[in-house]
Design a protein around this ligand. Structure first.
Ligand code: SF4
Length: 521
């Protein structure tokens, strides 16, 4: 007998990227046509192992849906979570529904649209893998119904391509409170709407995962409440998961042999925070961290996101968190453990902060934004936190003066240590700015392009050497890579592609390569 309901995700989301969540971003880059898929699967998005057809690890969102279906009365035999390459083996006469979770099915998420357009080497790997998955499923239409959910499901509606990719239903928003009913209605042959809106789940409705998640993900908060208009969590109510739930999910991961716990949150400082001024709840945060590290077998703990104002509000908390997290650090610089987390810098313009992100600096004022950024990162660095900071280029109505302020902020940041990721503005379906036009490379001004060049030159200068030394321990392979393989790739790409493209790409490719060339072996 085969499963009635199959859960899966594109191959780019069914990998742990050799254990590092940081590298998962690279799947958003273009898939050059000359690199065959088997090489990408071997070196970049290596499939998570499977036991029989069951994947040993799955994306966290898919694990939540799996748990919810089991809770809704489906048996273990009826629900199967698999790698997409096993779809044809898994689908049988009894299979009725395939649920796909995807963060970026069409390559329209912030990172993919930005870097696949800039690199100009074709669609993102995320899109490539979604297309591949949908081509397999198209063969089984209309017998099998396909549902797509996850953070990127909005893309199918935006581009009006549900039919093209054989998708019967798209779920927008949180799926836990509606998935059981949705599946029952489809199985009963009811006429179900194409676009299904999820609703906010209460803490009780959010299930504990039954099987391990990729990167040992454990959600500690959901929603944010700062209200940035370009962001999806904007519309979500802030919730903190009870410690018991957190502990149980850590145990599920650890029991399966996972020693890495990725703390899923829009802001770790929101844990247990019940006030409108976003004053961090020190006691709750430290207790939550203690709960996680208290589970035997946990070796690494990585907080996903943090905001900056709480760092200024409670410097001592940053120090105390570092004292815990440095003992569970996965990343290091020159052998010294560090704390990393993602922060949203977004812009140096207080006008744009006022217009689109008025809640971001709370309890400080929008005019103080640049100061908040500089001072909080200074405190973070003093406590061995080295964050990854995103910047958004091309917010609606961004003026040259706004961009100059961002460039000035970057100049000031150059004396600090962080990793910068500039991104295009993308109007996601679930955000307030959804009707605004997205940023496209061709419309960027010289100054806006300068943000990208400045940020990446800074990244390579600051992180290049330690990146290679950490990643490639053997000095000979490092030398071969930097002295021979990279120049070869660069000249091939340059000769075949960039040389024939616009002047900016031509010059930027050379400029960036010049910085890479100077990285000491
Ligand atoms: S602070 Fe971050 S998570 Fe919260 S709304 Fe703004 S961008 Fe979104």
């Amino acid at each position: 007998m085969c499963a009635k309901i199959i859960l899966t995700a594109p191959a780019t989301e069914m990998s742990d990227y050799n254990g590092s969540p940081f590298y998962a971003f690279t799947a958003s880059f273009s898939k050059p046509s000359f690199i065959p898929r088997f090489l990408l699967k071997k070196f970049l998005y290596k499939p998570v192992p499977s036991e029989g057809l069951h994947v040993s690890r799955a994306p966290y969102g898919l694990r939540k849906i799996e748990a919810k279906l089991l809770e809704a009365g489906f048996s273990e035999d009826e629900v199967l979570t698999i790698h997409p390459d096993n779809l044809e083996k898994a689908i049988g006469d009894d299979t009725k529904i395939v649920c796909i979770s995807s963060m970026d099915p069409l390559g329209l998420a912030f990172v993919s649209i930005t870097y696949s357009t800039i690199l100009g080497l074709g669609d993102s790997m995320t899109f490539y893998e979604f297309k591949r998955l949908s081509q397999i499923l198209l063969k089984y239409r209309p017998r099998i119904k396909v549902i797509v959910g996850g953070a990127g499901s909005w893309q199918l509606i935006r581009k009006n391509v549900m039919e093209k990719y054989g998708v019967d239903h798209v779920v927008i928003g949180e799926g836990e409170s509606i998935i059981g009913d949705l599946i029952h209605r489809i199985l009963n042959g009811e006429n179900v709407e194409k676009i299904v809106r999820g609703s906010l789940s209460s803490i009780d409705e959010i299930p504990i995962i039954r099987r391990p998640a990729i990167h040992g993900i454990v959600e500690i908060t959901r929603g944010c409440g700062r209200g940035c208009q370009f962001c999806s969590p904007t519309l979500q109510v802030r919730r903190s998961m009870p410690l018991d739930k957190i502990r149980k999910e850590v145990e599920v991961n650890v029991k399966a042999g996972e020693n890495f716990i990725l703390i899923a949150t829009d802001d770790i400082f929101l844990y247990g925070c019940n006030n409108s001024r976003f004053i961090p709840n020190e006691k709750a945060i430290l207790k939550m961290l203690d709960t996680i590290i208290g589970v035997e077998g946990v070796k690494y703990v990585q907080p996903a996101h943090s905001s900056m104002p709480p760092v200024l509000l409670n410097k001592n908390l940053v120090k105390k968190m570092a004292e815990i997290l440095l003992n569970y650090s996965y990343y290091s610089i020159n052998g010294k453990p560090i704390v990393t987390t993602e922060i949203g810098i977004e812009t140096g313009s207080s006008n744009l902060i006022k217009k689109y992100m008025i809640g971001k600096p709370i309890p400080f004022k929008p005019e103080e934004w640049s100061k908040i950024v500089i001072e909080s990162i200074t405190i973070m660095n003093e406590n061995e936190w080295y964050p990854l900071g995103t910047l958004i280029v091309g917010l609606p109505g961004e003026t040259e003066e706004d961009v100059i302020q961002t460039l000035e902020l970057l100049d000031e940041l150059s004396r600090l240590k962080l990793f910068l990721v500039p991104l295009f503005f993308v109007p996601e379906e679930t955000c307030y700015l959804k009707n605004q036009r997205e940023t496209v490379f061709e419309n960027l001004s010289e100054l806006q392009r300068e943000v990208f060049v400045k940020a990446w030159k800074y990244n390579i200068k600051i992180w290049g050497e330690s990146f290679y030394k950490n990643r490639f321990k053997n000095p000979i392979s490092r030398k071969i890579l930097l002295k021979y393989i990279y120049p070869l790739i660069f000249y091939l790409l340059y000769g075949l592609k960039y040389r024939w493209m616009d002047e900016w790409r031509r010059n930027t490719a050379k400029e960036i390569y010049d910085v890479i060339r100077k990285i000491p072996c």
